[in-house]
Design a protein around this ligand. Structure first.
Ligand code: SF4
Length: 512
């Protein structure tokens, strides 16, 4: 048996790559170059990104419980030599059935392996190990195979006998019955040995290309485009785009192919696009960059019936189910806000936010039914609220009939605006976050502690399931209420502003 080669001298150029750096290099050589030579240029992860990373850590820790008898290499990433030594000792201990976060190095690539399971030990032969990568995603992605390929390359180089490569991810069909989680059901295990072997054969060439690139005196001249967001958002985006013009052609909506065509023609700004260039209607509006009021705006807005309710839900999607009879990543509504406008212009506001660590859906449904009553249009923005109400029908069958009547009253403001109105400050986007500041500048999101739905979801989870300080709980509660309220009030004000524009447009005589 060949002793595992665990510690090697660093590359003469001084670069030690990790598996995440290798994956960065696969996405973009410039990203890897900047990560090694100028990491200070990266944008710090925002709260939402950090929450995703934290969730991955939680899922990883839970996955380990499927391997009783496994031992964690606790040494952190700042002490690789110690981690390598500890791993070497565990490999030699036949009582260790699995190693978590084991460290290995080969050709100046250092990897930490989520789970290494001892599979068998033939008499006088070396033990074989199964490598298992844990992901909080719901399916295998291409990048996961590359992730395992660099790990198996390093492990094989370090002298380990590998018995297969597996991916462990969240199994969304699992219905949590309550009580203890069934880890066999919560996680799906997929054998990806064959795909990883194919990808592993590319590793030496790719590593050589990266190392050659890294010794250059300046980063490769790669221009930012769609590749900067696939498979991950690059943290150097702000740096790479800092000199781009405000009306850079990349900001043309839905324009991946169009963007490439324009760049090939040497066109950098939207204003330089020649008149004959083929654009979609929305792209044309962005290029024209003037306000447009469609002839049918007034009629479309006047289909709303008073009292007009303006409804917004907030939700969260826990990767690990929290409530009985729910699935991983199931959407759970946690709060709603409803602004009601009567025909005489009066406005009232109702809201509900669940504060308890129990399934909030029935309470959400009951309180909402009380608020929307039986009369009037229910204005929403996009199909999301319809989807949530349909989920509530399933979750609370005793209220299904009443909820279906609510669904029948939904009135979507999004297509009304998309088809009948454009403002230059939309910059091609019809999200409520784009249209509200443009149409009602006094109601932007800048003054709010929570400014987007994913952060609201993360803060809700923290408030209900983690936070113990009542002062902090109260602070989060207030921030959540103000965020949801902004969306529903925003819809109301946008409707009013648009109605004003449509009415004044209708009274202006048209020049022939
Ligand atoms: S922003 Fe794009 S071009 Fe710049 S380093 Fe990142 S991936 Fe590469």
């Amino acid at each position: 048996m060949r002793e595992p080669v665990l510690i090697q001298a660093k590359d003469p150029a001084g670069f030690r790559l990790s598996k995440s750096k290798y994956l960065s290099g696969l996405q973009c050589h410039k990203r890897l170059y900047l990560a090694i030579h100028s990491p200070e240029l990266a944008t710090e992860p925002d709260e939402h990104t950090q929450a995703i990373l934290d969730m991955g850590t939680t899922v990883g820790e839970l996955a380990r419980r499927r391997f009783p008898g496994g031992v964690l290499v606790e040494t952190d990433h700042r002490h690789p030599t110690e981690a390598l030594r500890r791993t070497a000792a565990l490999l030699q201990d036949p009582t260790v059935t699995a190693i978590f976060e084991g460290a290995f190095e080969f050709q100046d690539v250092l990897v930490r392996v989520d789970i290494l399971e001892r599979v068998s030990q033939a008499q006088d032969g070396p033990p074989a190990w199964r490598i298992i990568e844990v992901k909080s995603s719901t399916r295998i992605k291409d990048v996961h195979v590359d992730d395992l390929a660099i790990q198996t390359y390093v492990l094989a180089g370090a002298g380990l006998v590998l018995a297969g490569s597996w991916l462990m991810h969240i199994n969304t069909p699992y219905v949590y019955p309550g009580g203890e989680l069934d880890l066999e059901q919560l996680f799906a295990l997929q054998d990806v040995t064959a795909g990883v072997a194919v990808r592993q054969s590319d590793v030496p060439g790719r590593l050589a290309g990266m190392k050659e690139m890294l010794v250059a005196s300046s980063p490769p001249g790669i221009e930012p485009d769609g590749h900067c967001h696939t498979p991950y958002d690059c943290p150097f985006w702000d740096h790479c785009t800092k000199d781009k013009p405000a009306r850079w052609v990349y900001h043309l909506p839905g324009g991946g192919r169009v963007f490439q065509q324009l760049i090939q023609k040497g066109i950098q700004t939207i204003d330089e696009i020649p008149p004959g260039f083929r654009l979609s209607i929305l792209q044309r509006r962005v290029k024209d960059n003037v306000e447009w009021v469609g002839p049918r705006l007034k009629a479309a807005l006047q289909t709303a019936r008073y009292p007009v309710h303006h409804l917004d839900f907030e939700t969260f999607m826990p990767a690990i189910p929290k409530y009985p009879l729910t699935r991983p990543y199931q959407v759970i509504p946690t709060q709603w806000s409803n602004h009601i406008e009567t025909e005489d212009g009066g406005i009232s506001h109702d809201e509900y936010l669940s504060m308890e660590a129990r399934d909030p859906r029935e309470e959400i449904a009951r309180t909402l039914l009380d608020s929307v009553g039986k009369e009037g249009t229910i204005c929403v923005y996009s199909e999301y609220e319809r989807h949530i109400l349909e989920c509530l029908c399933e979750a609370v069958p005793s209220l299904k009939q009443e909820l279906q009547l609510v669904i029948a009253r939904l009135w979507d403001l999004h297509p009304v605006i998309r088809d009948n109105y454009y403002h230059p400050e939309f910059q091609g986007s019809f999200s409520i976050k784009s249209i509200l500041p443009a149409l009602v500048p006094s109601l932007s999101y800048d003054d709010l502690h929570i400014q987007e739905g994913s952060l609201a979801a993360q803060q809700y989870d923290r408030m209900v399931f983690e936070e113990t300080d009542w002062v902090e709980k109260a602070r989060i509660r207030e921030a959540l209420l103000r965020y949801c309220e902004r969306d529903s009030l925003g819809m109301l004000e946008v409707r009013r502003v648009l109605l004003g524009k449509a009415l004044s447009e209708a009274t202006v005589p048209k020049l022939e």
